[in-house]
Design a protein around this ligand. Structure first.
Ligand SMILES: Nc1nc2c(c(=O)[nH]1)N[C@@H](CN(C=O)c1ccc(C(=O)N[C@@H](CCC(=O)O)C(=O)O)cc1)CN2
Length: 287
């Protein structure tokens, strides 16, 4: 395996004195230079979280060799850890139903280079967005779904992820509820954009719920997908002010931009290994 230029280490472990010192000492002893580092202690859970970016240009080591060198420290602290090549781009499969605003924004950001991921394809339970996806010269997979074919259709999605080497499934307004088995298979690597400021207005029609409630703020939430609908660990949220004059249609229009921004930001942070799971919550070491 070839030498790596820059590495990202992220981990969590039970908190105790000396973790940062020992991690830093190990990499210093190997001649690595720390470029960026962020830490957080969840005092209530007594859990420590850290993300560090290291310059590896002075070492002619492969990623596996660096991981092997780090293993003793990871074991000493019983870490949940990932050590990755910072230049490796996350491979993603995108799922969409009929609303296309998040997909448009994702594909445009990918094409412009502001979203450094590799899109291996787009799947949909409708055929209506094929032309958009193929305009971007990306594979489009129409996978119809019904209550009887749900599990088989999900196996097709998993097979497409496997075939393309996709490490992440992005639900860019994919309006089908994933089965418990699918959620277990994709734990921590399936991201959904929910079109409300959770925990408010769960379900398929949040803008109508917001209109009926008469809220003055609406928003969007990007979260990891779990079997509990709209309950997954939140990665990013944003809101916009609205008023009594806004119809449900206007709320939906205002929400579209928020959804697109929140999903792109959440996917970028996930792809940059900035998001760590903390039980049913997340720690996000954003820039
Ligand atoms: N296991 C999970 N699957 C999905 C989640 C999730 O949190 N856990 N989020 C949804 C997206 N979503 C809200 O953000 C959502 C999508 C669909 C529905 C819903 O009630 N769908 C109906 C069918 C609707 C239709 O066909 O248009 C259903 O599946 O019976 C609620 C919320 C993505 N999947």
């Amino acid at each position: 395996m070839s030498a790596v230029r820059e590495i990202i280490l992220k981990f969590s472990c039970e908190d105790q004195p000396g973790i940062v010192a020992n991690v830093a000492a190990l990499f210093a002893a190997q001649g690595f230079n720390i470029r960026e580092s962020q830490q957080f202690e969840d005092v209530e859970q007594r859990r420590f979280f850290m993300r560090t970016v290291l310059d590896a240009t002075t070492q002619q080591l492969s990623l596996d060799e660096i991981k092997a060198a780090f293993l003793p420290v990871a074991r000493r602290y019983a870490m949940e850890w990932e050590l990755v090549d910072a230049d490796a781009r996350l491979k993603v499969l995108v799922a969409v139903s009929q609303w296309d605003h998040c997909l448009h924004n994702l594909l445009n950001a990918w094409k412009q280079g502001s979203l450094a991921v590799d899109i291996v394809g787009v799947v949909s339970n409708h055929d209506s967005l094929r032309n958009l996806v193929e305009w971007y010269q990306l594979p489009f997979h129409h996978l119809p779904i019904s209550a009887d074919t749900k599990l088989q259709q999900e196996q097709q999605m998993l097979a497409l992820m496997e075939a393309g080497g996709a490490e992440c499934l992005v639900l860019a307004r994919y309006m089908q509820i994933l089965s418990d088995a699918m959620c277990r298979a994709l734990s921590g690597r399936a991201i959904n954009i929910h079109h409300s400021f959770l925990p408010g207005f769960k379900g398929a029609r949040p803008y109508h719920q917001a209109y009926e409630r008469g809220v003055k703020l609406i928003g969007a939430t990007a979260h990891y997908v779990t079997a509990d609908l709209d309950e997954g660990p939140i990665i990013e949220q944003a809101v916009e002010r609205v008023s009594h004059v806004n119809t449900p249609e206007e709320l939906t229009a205002i929400g579209r931009d928020i959804e697109s921004i929140v999903l792109n930001r959440a996917l970028r942070w996930h792809a940059e290994h900035r998001v760590l799971l903390n039980g049913h919550k997340t720690v996000v070491f954003s820039r």
